[in-house]
Design a binder for this molecule. Structure first.
Ligand SMILES: [Zn+2]
Length: 205
């Protein structure tokens, strides 16, 4: 950010009085431009023993498989955004009453938060949107585990197939962080299931 969105004066990057983080500030308007994590919302659509995946027609991760998901828009709830993305990317209609919150991921290294809703499909009716090369309903043994686009998709699918064997689908939150070896590591930090063991996460210093 170089210029103020209000008056077009050059902004400065400094720590405002009473704050402890670097912010873009317009000294002319006396306005601070806060930058906050972005929300990404999506669904895990299920029909019988199959889940719906999309193969990406856009970068990053062109050609790899993902769940329908995208950035939450202003004025939307997380569920509305997830349903919209499912229609846009997979041409699949899911109803709010067929959805329930399933996984939440904190990605503080890249300032993102992901929400996935478990969504029951009523029909085998879908088609790739402009951001998808193809859309497919896949059984567990058909999942292209080596060609998944994102760790959040892998963890959500792993949870789902494990939960299906237990026939219960608790809501879980994970923190995804890079290890010093640059590997992404998912840590379960909250669960609505009493039988999940939560690893305490140290507070950021
Ligand atoms: Zn200004």
């Amino acid at each position: 950010m170089k210029f103020c969105q209000h008056c077009a004066a050059p902004v400065v990057h400094h720590i405002p009085p009473g704050d402890d983080k670097l912010r873009y500030c317009c000294l002319q308007c006396d306005v601070v431009f806060y930058e906050n994590p972005r929300n990404i919302v999506g669904t895990l659509p299920v029909l019988g023993d199959r889940v719906l995946l999309c193969r990406r027609a856009i970068e990053p991760r062109y050609g790899l498989w993902t769940l329908p998901a995208g950035f939450l828009e202003n004025g939307e709830t997380t569920l509305q955004g997830a349903i919209r993305e499912t229609l846009e990317e997979a041409g699949a209609v899911v109803l709010p009453e067929d959805c329930s919150l399933y996984t939440l991921f904190n990605l503080p290294d890249i300032n993102q938060v992901y929400f996935f809703f478990l969504a029951t499909l009523r029909h085998e009716d879908f088609h790739p949107g402009v951001e998808s090369l193809e859309v497919a309903l896949l059984r567990e043994d058909e999942i292209p585990w080596d060609e998944l686009a994102f760790s959040v998709v892998r963890v959500t699918l792993e949870q789902y197939f494990a939960d299906r064997r237990d026939t219960r689908f608790p809501v879980r939150m994970f923190d995804l962080r890079h290890t010093p070896q640059r590997q992404l590591q998912a840590t379960l930090t909250s669960s609505s299931s009493a039988s999940d063991s939560i690893i305490p996460v140290p507070a950021a210093s």
